[in-house]
Design a binder for this molecule. Structure first.
Ligand code: SPV
Ligand code: MG
Length: 432
């Protein structure tokens, strides 16, 4: 009896999956792989049910003889374990990002004479509907909100990219690459930066763009994406306003707000001590955190305390003291910021904080110490890495250069070769 293998990474079974099982059954004993949470997150979809629930679902299907957990999207672990004679998959993996996975599997099978069977992908109304429903489910506030906490437990490090509009939100939502390890990869969440949101409006990053306007930006992003959102909440403002905003953000489906321990006129941290900036007292800032946590209605929302001691040159001891105090006040995470060119002070903070506290998530923003890798940061106990401003900084110079070139040439022909064809930009946006 031959062994036939197929891997599912879905929470909902539709005609397409049943068709694959029917095909697989013709070749022998059918083993279905349940792609693990960690790998599902990296490659295609965020799971809305647990691994156990998915395994039970696949086991209940007619024609399935066995279900196993597959913990490597490239199939290495499973092929080594069961040496299937056939791997069956929808033929949609012959194209796009998944092509790399197919090529890898083909190589693994070739070693011992195994074969791939590509089954024509089922393009039907009911399949489309199920896929759409899953996407819509993920965009609902209660699913989106809790997804950040889930990601922290499911992935080695949560990778966050800034978004300041619907379009940049779409880029963070949809960009998928073949990583260095041959696996697909994508960003896990979005950061709505005060710097980028202000810059996009042509305004300075001094809490001048008010919460009503920040909420509009978030709403634009929410309308076209499903990934979780972390809001840069600046200082959190007055405690009386902060508690109100916590409720609003929860209701919208935002996963976390990060507030920084500064008071008075806030300036961007990357100015450091070049401008006057005042750090709040531990007592005041702790009280703000506690008030926010008290106002919160859901269990999922996170209030993360951002410590500015290293930015304001107040020393490591002060930073650590604040981290312990803010955690005791109820903070769900600590963001430690630095504007040094080297990551050493961040490593030192993380190592020392981890000696005192093994669990509280640590967030970092490697803008100036950008040589550091996500893996290095994770090895020092970091849970969330935020790329805080790169999309904005990428777009700005190209727009400025284009404007200059058109002015000089008195026409647009010279810039056209480096622009996205207008037909492509029209197609970039999905229609319902
Ligand atoms: C932001 O992105 O607005 C931040 C991070 O607060 S930083 O600009 O590095 O202060
Ligand atoms: Mg900011």
């Amino acid at each position: 009896m031959k062994t036939v293998y197929t891997c599912f990474s879905t929470d909902v079974i539709h005609d397409g999956h049943l068709n694959i099982i029917r095909h697989a059954k013709k070749y022998g004993r059918v083993v279905v792989g349940c792609l693990s949470d960690k790998e599902m997150i990296r490659c295609t979809k965020f799971p809305t049910t647990s691994e156990e629930e998915r395994i039970a679902l696949y086991q209940s299907l007619e024609g399935v003889d066995e279900v196993i957990l597959q913990d490597n999207m490239l199939y290495d672990d499973m092929i080594e374990k069961i040496h299937p004679d056939y791997v069956v998959h929808g033929d949609n993996w012959r194209e796009g990002a998944e092509r790399a996975v197919r090529d890898h599997v083909e190589g693994l099978l070739r070693v011992y004479g195994g074969q791939i069977v590509d089954v024509p992908y089922t393009y039907s109304e009911s399949v489309k509907k199920v896929d759409q429903r899953l996407k819509e489910k993920l965009s609902m506030p209660e699913y989106r909100r809790k997804r950040l906490r889930q990601l922290i437990t499911m992935t080695p490090v949560v990778k966050v990219m800034e978004a300041h509009s619907g379009l940049t939100g779409l880029i963070v939502e949809k960009t998928v690459v073949d990583g260095e390890d041959g696996k697909l990869d994508q960003f896990d969440a979005m950061w709505v930066s005060s710097l980028c949101d202000s810059t996009d409006k042509g305004k300075p990053d001094i809490e001048l763009v008010d919460m009503t306007s920040r909420l509009r930006t978030i709403d634009d992003i929410i309308e076209v994406t499903t990934k979780p959102i972390i809001l840069d909440g600046d200082t959190g403002g007055l405690t009386e306003h902060f508690v109100y905003n916590v409720r609003t953000l929860e209701r919208m489906g935002v996963s976390a707000v990060i507030i920084e321990d500064k008071t008075g006129l806030k300036k961007n941290s990357l100015f450091g001590t070049e401008v006057v900036q005042t750090q709040d007292s531990i007592e005041n800032f702790s009280a703000k955190i506690t008030a926010g946590k008290k106002a919160q209605l859901s269990d999922d929302f996170m209030i993360i305390a951002r410590i500015e001691s290293l930015i304001l040159e107040q020393g490591m001891e002060d930073a650590l003291k604040r981290a312990v105090a803010y955690t005791a006040a109820g903070a769900d995470g600590i963001m430690i910021h630095s504007r040094k060119k080297e990551p050493e002070e961040i490593f030192e903070f993380c190592d020392k904080f981890r000696q005192k506290d093994k669990k509280t998530p640590i967030v970092v923003v490697p803008t100036s110490f950008n040589q550091v890798t996500e893996e290095e940061l994770a090895s020092h106990g970091v849970n969330i890495v935020i790329y805080a401003n790169q999309l904005m900084r990428a777009a700005f110079p190209v727009m400025q250069e284009t404007a200059e070139e058109i002015l000089k040439a008195h026409r647009a022909k010279e810039v056209d070769a480096k622009l996205m064809p207008f037909k492509d930009i029209i197609r970039l946006i999905d229609e319902l």
